[in-house]
Design a protein around this ligand. Structure first.
Ligand code: ASP
Length: 582
């Protein structure tokens, strides 16, 4: 045995025990006649002590140990004279009698400390060293617990974990596929799944009425911050259920995870329609940890000769409590913020409701105090509040005000990491119209069922149809989404038709599913959670990368193994692929 204990478990009660520990040299300090070494493993850090007077040779040898050397030591647990109560093992140290160097180490390219000096790329290149740091260890432990508890909950609810294939068929819907050439079928390609959607539906046809899988999915999407080309879903499907059965079941999963992992009881999962979410928050994933809800002001502000408002499709504002004292500089900063291309507003109007009941505004030329009182009333503003108004095209203005609202939430410290406010957003539009390609796209995916009462609109007014679809949103982050599915061949065919598929295309790409619907497909529906994101939300972080052991960088590269990379002519030949340089 290279160890009798880990570096995280010895306590004062173990004093006197003879122990063997193995681990990495975190740090060493020579203090006159003594040498102290912090020995680290996955479980913690234990202090080792070598005494020059007691054993000069051993102490000299210990002084040669570099950072990250791997050593195994034998010694006795002793009570420390200088205790460190911040460390679980801080009351003891090991008086080392013997040690073996199991392996040497080069000096690591960055310090393996909580506050490291290594930049992002460097740490990605040496990810195995980065993973030795506490923060990453804690994150991966959280991920592990989340997956164990997910399995426990779903298994207790009779869900069966079934694996579905990774080598599947490319379809042009959704994001771009990653494709894999088939050597045995020259010129033909598999695709890696963007999700197991069709397979889980086939499992329902097969009668496995509760399925789940914690599964890797692949999407070749354009790079955006914090997107990973491969990511993990908790993918689920159920038969013989209504939407509310599904929401209840997965609310249960979320509650279970909050309780088991964070010891938080969450009772309330409000349900809000997509339309309401857009009107009140300008977003289909509203952060409801704080108020500042949108107030639409067209009726109050138009017709007063202020051209910007008169020309706008929508004038909408938020009321920021207790901020009427904002300075010129602070207001200018906010105007600059809304003008950023990512936010997209042309400008911002402010109205300060001053402490003394007067108003100061960037549009006081056009509005009387009487008008401002009416606006303040509509916005629920009182003395000392600040009203911020945007105007323009409705969709764009809502989006920009949503960003401004979140920015104000950040500035005022209203978006607390450990305050969890989930909600379901329901009744999404079924379709989106794309101007460029002049066709409809499915907002969720083509297998999503319309709300039954909207089915007649398929022939008359498809854009008005609401889908039987839902998203779980926590603190402004979309954690999961799903829908009741179409389980009838004719309706599925119709859906493909609306999406601009020819009969032949639909048959080629999804014939297997539509054929299966002819053999007794039960009504079914499901959901998938972004597991990496779920972990990040639980960890109080914005970055999914921190919860993935070996993530790709923002250009989709693994800089550690240097991938993607070219392959040899011989490999290309075997795959019948010719590279044509542009
Ligand atoms: N397969 C869907 C997705 O990946 C989720 C679902 O509808 O269950 O978004």
């Amino acid at each position: 045995m290279l160890r009798t204990h880990t570096c995280g478990e010895l306590k004062i009660a173990d004093a006197g025990k003879k122990v063997t520990l193995s681990g990495w040299v975190q740090r060493s300090r020579d203090l006159g006649g003594m040498t102290f070494i912090d020995l680290r493993d996955r479980y913690g850090i234990t202090q080792l002590v070598f005494n020059m007077e007691v054993n000069p040779t051993l102490c000299q040898e210990a002084r040669q140990l570099g950072r990250e050397y791997v050593v195994s030591i034998e010694g006795h647990v002793t009570e420390r004279s200088n205790k460190n109560l911040k460390m679980p093992t801080g009351e003891i140290e090991i008086t080392v009698e013997k040690f073996t160097v199991l392996n040497v180490s080069k000096t690591p390219p960055f310090t393996i400390e909580d506050n490291t000096d290594g930049g992002d790329e460097l740490r990605m290149k040496y990810r195995y060293l980065d993973l030795r740091r506490n923060i990453n260890k804690t994150n991966l432990e959280l991920r592990h617990k989340m997956s164990v508890e997910t399995r426990n909950y779903l298994s207790d609810q009779q869900f069966l974990e079934v694996e579905t294939p990774y080598l599947i068929k490319s379809t042009p819907e959704g994001a771009r596929d990653f494709v894999v050439p088939s050597r045995m079928n020259p010129g033909q390609f598999y695709a890696l799944p963007q999700s197991p959607q069709t397979f889980k539906q086939l499992l329902m046809v097969a009668g496995y009425d509760r399925y789940f899988q914690i599964v890797r999915c692949f999407r070749d999407e354009d790079l955006r911050a914090d997107r990973q080309p491969e990511f993990t879903q908790i993918d689920c499907e159920m038969s013989f259920v209504t939407r509310d059965d599904i929401l209840d079941t997965f609310e249960g999963l979320a509650k279970h995870l909050f309780k088991k992992i964070k010891n938080i009881d969450i009772h309330d999962f409000p349900r809000m329609s997509y339309d309401e979410a857009m009107t009140r928050y300008g977003s289909d994933k509203p952060d409801i940890r704080f108020g500042m809800e949108f107030v639409e002001l067209n009726a109050l502000v138009k017709g007063k000769d202020f051209k910007v408002f008169d020309d706008a499709e929508l004038v909408v504002g938020i009321c920021v409590k207790d901020c009427a004292t904002y300075t010129r500089k602070q207001l200018d900063e906010l105007t600059d913020f809304v003008r950023k291309p990512q936010v997209g507003a042309n400008g911002m109007v402010y109205v300060k409701y001053n402490e003394d009941g007067s108003f100061t505004s960037s549009v006081s030329k056009f509005y009387t105090d009487h008008d401002f009182v009416a606006i303040a009333h509509a916005m629920g503003a009182h003395e000392n509040d600040l009203m911020l108004l945007l105007a323009g095209n409705a969709e764009k203005t809502r989006k920009a005000l949503c960003e401004l609202r979140l920015e104000m939430g950040n500035r005022l410290g209203l978006r607390l990491n450990d305050d969890y406010k989930p909600l379901w957003v329901i009744d999404f539009p079924l379709l989106e119209w794309d101007e460029d390609s002049q066709r409809f796209y499915a907002k969720h995916h083509p297998f999503t069922a319309p709300k039954p009462e909207d089915i007649p609109l398929l022939d008359t007014n498809p854009i008005a149809i609401k889908a039987n679809a839902y998203d779980l949103v926590i603190n402004g982050v979309e954690i999961g989404g799903g829908s009741i599915r179409i389980h009838n061949k004719e309706l599925q065919k119709k859906m493909f038709e609306i999406l601009g598929f020819t009969d032949e295309d639909a048959q080629n790409q999804f014939g297997f599913l539509m054929n299966a619907f002819e053999y007794g497909a039960p009504p079914h529906g499901g959901i998938a959670f972004g597991f990496d994101r779920f972990c990040a939300v639980f960890g109080g972080s914005d970055s999914i990368r921190d919860y993935i052991a070996f993530p790709k960088n923002n250009s989709g590269r693994d800089v550690m193994i240097d991938s993607p990379s070219e392959i040899s002519q011989q490999q290309l030949g075997e795959l019948a692929i010719r590279v044509v340089s542009s």
